[in-house]
Design a protein around this ligand. Structure first.
Ligand SMILES: *Cc1c(COP(=O)(O)O)cnc(C)c1O
Length: 462
């Protein structure tokens, strides 16, 4: 299995190099050269299997010879062993024909654990085999950083540094990043915004001398390994509702387009999916693009669903690549236009996108109302992101096709918004109830590239 860049100019790579490098050298994102398919019988054979067994069957064809079957099964087992629910991704019913896929039973209470826990294991295995070490640096507005720290803490081939904006993440998110005791974990509170964190991270990747000297690696959502791990729960949930003999649709609270793109991959692999519905908050560039064809950046307005506050949705590039018949030059040109403020998707490409995707945008007030409504009438306390999904799904769904909405975070991760909407302050699950008693360890850092690079070099040398 080879992976090619969406901009057509970087060399094709195998799975291991694709995962370890993250971004392609031409600035593009890696996608599989061909998408393997599973037959209806293959999918039917998943009935009654555990999450881990389904994960193995879905991901195996993408991994090639990077891991033996035995090793790969073992990595999957370790990745999900710390989840707080035996089903890993349980499906609950909200109403007639509407289901909620709970993706928040991982160690940091957001769906990002599904991918991050697995790539933590895969990085460690690949690196220990080659004797290499890497330095992972990530920027976060909260969920990615906590999931990455949780996944990589204590692994000896990896140092992990997470930049988060000082004073701008929730207390639960901060504590999840600052309380791990392992010495390979480094939480850095940057004096600046999330955009500053991302900008400094990008600077480090573009500073080749530094990049090579510390063996910089990225685990943000454009990493193919993360997309792949998310394909699994589309299969496990659809199968539990009768796939392949029953078609389902999905609604996905969307920011960087990684999660919903995994649903598209599941569909291309042969899972019968009718609609893939993109749900956005007030930062609705994707909803506007899918409605009008215009992808024009605006400023980000902070919301009560901060993990979806984005302006540029990185993984959308992968959807465009397929919509433009895998023409890397066309994608590269769109991305150049984006630097100048935006682009228009061609009519032909819009037609392809509309074959798969629908979209809806939700205001702050509608989000709060849906949290209250779901608590009263659906028996579910939703986090704000999940509430946005449920709202769009209720508005757009076809009553004849079961709808599965992805619940992307646990309500206890966003207690203020949930309490405001419902009057209930959701408690942390028992297994992390002592989070507020643990000691914090964090380094305050200036928004300055030189000083950051020096700090990182010093830390990994010691
Ligand atoms: C990251 C995140 C999202 C958005 O997912 P994308 O893959 O970036 O589209 C939605 N909800 C929560 C809680 C998240 O952490």
């Amino acid at each position: 299995m080879q992976y090619i860049s969406t901009r057509g100019k970087a060399p094709a790579l195998g799975f291991e190099d694709t995962m370890l490098s993250g971004l392609a050298r031409d600035g593009g994102l890696y996608v599989p050269e061909t998408i393997p398919t599973l037959s209806a019988d293959d999918i039917r054979a998943m009935h009654g299997l555990s999450y881990e067994e389904i994960a193995f069957r879905v991901m195996r064809p993408f991994v090639g010879d990077a891991f033996t079957d035995e090793v790969f099964a073992d990595l999957i087992a370790k990745a999900y062993a710390n989840f707080g629910h035996d089903a890993r991704a349980p499906l609950v019913q909200l109403g007639n024909g509407h289901f909620l896929l709970e993706l928040f039973h991982g160690p940091t209470l957001a769906f990002k654990d599904f991918a991050m826990q697995l790539i933590g294991q895969m990085f460690q295995e690949a690196l220990s085999r080659s004797g290499k070490r890497v330095t992972i640096v990530g920027a976060t507005s909260g969920d990615t950083g906590s999931a990455a720290i949780e996944a990589f803490r204590g692994l000896d081939a990896v140092d992990v540094f997470i930049l988060y904006p000082h004073g701008r993440v929730s207390e639960v998110q901060r504590r999840q990043m600052t309380t791990p005791v392992e010495s390979n974990v480094h939480a850095l509170a940057l004096d600046g915004t999330f955009d500053d964190c991302q900008a400094r991270l990008k600077d480090m990747f573009n500073h080749f001398e530094f990049r090579d000297s510390v063996k910089l690696a990225g685990v943000n959502s454009i990493n193919w390994g993360r997309v792949l791990a998310q394909v699994v729960y589309y299969f496990s949930s659809a199968v539990s509702l009768g796939a392949p003999d029953r078609t389902v649709s999905f609604t996905v609270p969307t920011g960087n387009f990684g999660d919903i793109f995994a649903g598209y991959i599941a569909k291309r692999m042969g899972l019968p999916i009718d609609r893939l519905v993109v749900a956005t908050n007030q930062n609705d560039i994707l909803h506007r693009c899918l409605s009008t064809g215009g992808y024009v950046t605006d400023s980000v307005t902070p919301s009560i669903s901060p993990s979806m506050d984005i302006q540029v949705s990185s993984n959308f590039e992968r959807a465009l690549f397929d919509a433009y018949n895998r023409d890397g030059n066309a994608v590269a040109q769109l991305m150049d236009e984006l630097k100048a403020g935006g682009f228009h998707v061609s009519q032909g490409a819009m037609q392809v996108l509309r074959e798969h995707y629908d979209s809806g945008g939700v205001s702050e007030d509608e989000t709060l109302s849906m949290i209250a409504h779901a608590n009263r009438h659906m028996g579910e306390l939703l986090c704000p992101h999940s509430a946005i999904g449920v709202k769009v799904a209720e508005d757009l769904r076809d009553p004849n096709v079961p709808m599965i909405t992805l619940a992307t975070a646990h309500p206890a991760k966003f207690p203020d918004a949930v309490e405001k909407a419902s009057g209930i302050r959701p408690p942390l699950p028992d297994r992390m109830a002592d989070l507020f008693d643990r000691d914090e360890r964090v380094t305050r850092v200036p928004n300055d590239l030189d000083q950051l690079e020096t700090l990182i070099k010093d830390r990994i040398a010691s």
